[in-house]
Ligand binder design. Structure first.
Ligand code: DAT
Ligand code: MG
Length: 149
């Protein structure tokens, strides 16, 4: 069972697409095990996007991700890292497959609506940034949704 970090980025929040995005990941079969609404500060943004330091779009990326409150979520499931990125589509929305979040709702690479960890190691690092010190709940005792007692 894998875990991955998902961010609903500021453009998606401002366009009221948070429910749509989380819903698509849920309906794929991924399980939500962590959920936060927060405003990312510059230091946190630079840590999260450390692999992109020095690239021409880095400052723009930091300004974008810190622009307004966002949702950080942890999703769990079989191949969760790849599955979440498949639901999101390619980094550039105009290269993403139809039916993916980025293709269905975006055009600009700098406004591509969502983040998904790119490996299990990245997921571990990123979950540590966004859910530091938090114990994520488990789904080990589920209720039967059709029994009322
Ligand atoms: P992804 O988010 O698909 O993992 P990435 O890690 O390569 O993509 O880049 C992180 C984010 O940076 C990406 O979602 C959007 C932005 N970005 C990447 N390449 C860019 C570019 N050439 N111009 C502007 N923004 C870019
Ligand atoms: Mg990435």
């Amino acid at each position: 069972m894998e875990r991955t970090l998902v961010l609903v980025k500021p453009d998606a929040m401002q366009r009221s697409l948070a429910g749509e995005i989380l819903g698509r990941l849920e309906r794929r079969g991924l399980r939500m095990v962590g959920l936060r609404l927060l405003k990312v500060d510059k230091a946190m943004a630079r840590t999260h996007y450390a692999e992109h330091v020095g690239k021409p779009f880095f400052n723009g990326l930091v300004n974008y991700i810190t622009a307004c409150p966002i949702i950080a979520a942890v999703f769990e499931g079989t191949n969760a890292v790849a599955a979440a990125r498949q639901v999101m589509g390619s980094t550039r929305p105009t290269e993403a497959a139809p039916g993916t979040i980025r293709a269905d709702f975006g055009l600009e690479v700098g406004r591509n609506l969502v983040h998904g960890s790119d490996s299990v190691a990245s997921a571990k690092r990123e979950i540590g940034i966004f859910f530091a010190g938090q114990r994520l709940p488990s789904w080990d005792r589920e209720v039967d949704p059709w029994v009322f007692e």
